[in-house]
Design a protein around this ligand. Sequence first.
Ligand code: PGA
Length: 254
Amino acid sequence: MGNVEGKGSLRRRKLFVANWKMNGTTSFAEAYATFFLTHRSSVPPYAEVVFCPPTLYISTLRGIAESGCAFLGVQNVATEKQGAFTGEVSAMMAAESGCQYGIVGHSERRRFYQESESDIRAKILRLEEAGLIPILCVGETEEQRAAGQMREVLAQQLKDVASSASRLVVAYEPIWAIGTGKTPTPAEIGQTHQEMRALLQAQGCSTPTLLYGGSVTAANARDFLVLDEVDGVLVGGASLQETEFLAIIRCLEG
Ligand code: PGA
């Protein structure tokens, strides 16, 4: 990501992605949209913000995107372009609804819906065709980490992902850190991001945007975001509280 003029200094852009998962109601989404429209001047110039609500609430948040203070993302898309796939939503539909980003390969999709590596690559392709930027989630389980298999797992999840995407965001989300209050140390995240960047660059993806995700809160976000290797954060639980998420976005101020 590029540089912008921060308060008195040149500061790199950072990406803040809110993943609501399957949470919220219409009135929650309306109140959330109103909060961010009201507070849009508090979003610092270094922050690029992406809201990923459940698909049915994307239109409720569209005003935020139209105001220019944030982008919208879809949490999942179909592997297919269109047709008889009951219950699915295509990347084209997400694009038409105002989305610029699409999360793909979240560990909950891999685990609960048996999403395979080939499904994930098909979804990246669908997102690219629709003009959406993929946010690919990768990460190891606690057991894989304990067994020293982390590098192997990440290499597998990152294999051949870059060829079909002109711009790629990758979120390193260790599964044991999601919703648990546990996180790797900033030094561990920095090291892992360096290795992921090298793997992606070897595939010709020269400037991937690398996020950290897993139990990010307003209390710890700065520890990760000050790292040069970290281009942003993917936030689940803490993104459901507007003030907390705004505090995360503003954590590098001052
Ligand atoms: P969490 O979720 O912030 O609640 O740990 C992150 C994610 O699953 O994207």
